[in-house]
Design a protein. Sequence first.
Length: 704
Amino acid sequence: MIKFLEDKNIWILETANTAYVFGIWKDDHIKNLYWGKKLIFDYDYPDFIDYPLRDFWLWDEEISVRGEANFVDHCIKVEYFDGVRDLNLKYKKHSINENILEIFMLDEYYNFEIILSYNVLESFDIIERKIIAKNLSDNKIKLEDFKSSSVYLPAKDCNLNYLTGMWAHESRLQKEVVSEGKRVLESRHGHTSAFANPFFAIDYNASEDYGDVYFGLIAWSGNWKITVQKQMYERIAVVLGMNEWDFSFILDSNEFIESPVVSLGFSEDGFTKMSQILHRYQMDNVMPQDKSHEIRKVLYNSWEATTFNVTEDNQKLLAKKAADIGVELFVVDDGWFGKRYSDNAGLGDWYINKEKFPNGLKPLIDYVNSLGMDFGLWVEPEMVNPDSDLYRNNPDWVVSFPNRPRTEKRNQLILNLAKTEVKDFIIKFMSDLLSENNIKFIKWDMNRPFYESGWSEKNIENQREIWYYYTKNLYDIWEILREKFPHVTFESCSSGGARVDHGILKYADQVWTSDNTDPFDRQVIQEGFSYAYNSKIMVCWVTDWGGKNAYPIEYRFHSAMMGTLGIGADLNKYSSEELNIFKDQISLYKDIRNIIQNGYQYRLLSTKKDNHYAIQYLSRDKNEGVLIFLKNPEKANVFGKIILTFKGLEASSIYCVEGYYEKISGLALMKKGIAIDLRKNIAFSVLSSKHFDSKVIKFKKIGK
Ligand code: GLA
């Protein structure tokens, strides 16, 4: 719902539970007035009469720019042809088209137009924002900063929550007090990065179930930046979008550029609600809609079993075992192409290695299909090993500066996707691969960050556009491939979970969460992940991490069932009794995966805060659910009971909880809960220093 109050020059954007209000201030500046819970009447919202106007500096600008007395971190910085860097934007007009509001602003002297675009997703409680910059003049305009949005939050005590980490420890949730000054979260790695994720949540003493939380995410898989700025007497300013670090972009006459979309939301019911809003929004809006509601298949990936030593025979052996335990998709990872015997060589040579697969991939794919499974393949199209034919033939395709080193990481260099030849090469080899083979799944990897980011054949003034065009062309490639091969499911991977964001999620059906598959470490990674992203995209494998016997098989499965289940263990190491446990667990997962992948999620216990981990899932129709509990193995001396109280049930409905209650009211489950006895069903002795226990508890509504 979008309203414009003409008498007050104010726009009111309302979603089911939230409102976002701003208006035309004097001098045609656009100022934000309110963001938060939806109020009852239009006149309830603050307007410029309530608003403490100040003339000495600009704050609360709907788009903060370098120009005039604007001290909020900037969204837009320009330099005009004559060296002027002071951007003066004035409101000109607006248009409302159903749920889309566009506000046209102009720097009249230089004919530079900025369109502020708002997409109000009412039932999702999300507002999407982006900006479009158009050069309407005859001269070039240089952009030195082009972020998507500035937003303002109440000036009260609050905390910043964000996801950070590193390789193998992604998406760890952090929380800190927002204090005066500026806090920066960013990526300068050329990809989304494992160091931080383009997500923020600011809470006002909120818990899982109560309290105000403001949140936002950037749909961009390149360099991004979020700044949180607190200043005495001012509302907290959050500015988010593409990183201005090493960025510039030349707009020629009549050219335009569109910023990444940022998704903004508010929950007055704490973090659970925030996550549920995001999960549903991703599933119904962000992810490719042709597949977002489809059940994800149980996959087997041979990487941890065979690493680079893939052959037709060893893959067939694994495929047979995988099919026997109930796997539905068999994926061959790295090592099937070029001279790829280690990570020293072969990247870029995307032809089948005839020593390993003498008759191509067809015999293996046919065999996998005959076992009733789909076939999937790993690729890393953005990279090249210097020891490859591709590099030998096209040394100028890589990202680098002349007269500077080309430093390798994992023995590889980055192909410059900003170049049309590179983009065309990737589209061509991927199209050939996907049309010549019956491939239903692609794991698209990207295993090194950017540095030495030169694009030397461009004019000097355009060279920094590499950051923008690399990511834009990556999206174009995925868009083309999805369109050409609608039957293929795509997974985004970047040394684990370093490319997880709303930008890639427009094209990717799922993501590889982390190379760390330890079922205990994973709890912290998966918990952090669940704040911002849904469980369907979160791929989790059962592996031999830490050694085959480091954890009971069930414990590993229960940890990996919290998302889309995969198996990465070397199945050759397991006895038939053990493989029967795999089979039972996969069958259990198939039974509950619709609830886990498509339902609502409630975090009951946090490994970090409560020692143990528990998540409850509820189907979309709220009629059935499942609760997964994982005991912390380090807490061997806990012999008592853990009480788990359910969430989100109908108080007066009757439920049955498998193994606990044949009949119990929703109210009782939410207040009394169930008691998990840690002395029962323990897989290892209670006297052992590692004491594992885990449970999957199903429940359903049986009446009113
Ligand atoms: C990355 C990925 C792994 C695997 C290897 C293959 O590290 O995260 O899952 O695909 O590359 O080289």
